[in-house]
Design a protein. Sequence first.
Length: 202
Amino acid sequence: MRRIETVEELKALYGMPVEASIIKVRPSLTLAYRRMIEASPFVALATAGPEGLDCSPRGDAAQVVHVEDERTILMPDWRGNNRVDSLANIVRDPRVALMFLVPGSNTAMRVNGRAIVAVESALVERFEMDGRHPRSVIVITIEEVHCQCARALIRSDLWNPDKFADLKQLPTVGQMMVEIKQGFDGAAYDREWPGRAAGTMW
């Protein structure tokens, strides 16, 4: 298999980037970039650590992050599976990358920066849902932010309900677990999941 082995070869193959792809990268939020990020209820958070890479989905009832200022965004860490993969990575390597999606929009937003895991009470208590608070808040300092070319979302037709998968044709989490662990009660897991999720969302 012939492969590219140098950046020079890669640039020769693809050519020069268009002007917009260069000038759109900013070291802090513009007003328009802020509006897009504040409209996003979902982000993929990528981190790196000694064990390797991690990419974690994050979502919230409204905006998934709070914009503190043009260089700082705050992400409450709501309840999950307690693996803390992303948080453990951040504690050891602060570099993070985020991709925000806005339902219905083909424009994604990307942020690269550095993060800390904050547990200061005054900060944690700013985020409340159903009387509960996150255990920590991920504080992200933006190093670069830009909008993402829409072609990927256009090609995938991601927001078209006519293209949504037939869930009956997809394996459930319980069924996936049965393939992994002999004797796992996948039917019980799937049956109990909706109630468990509703009671532990925040």
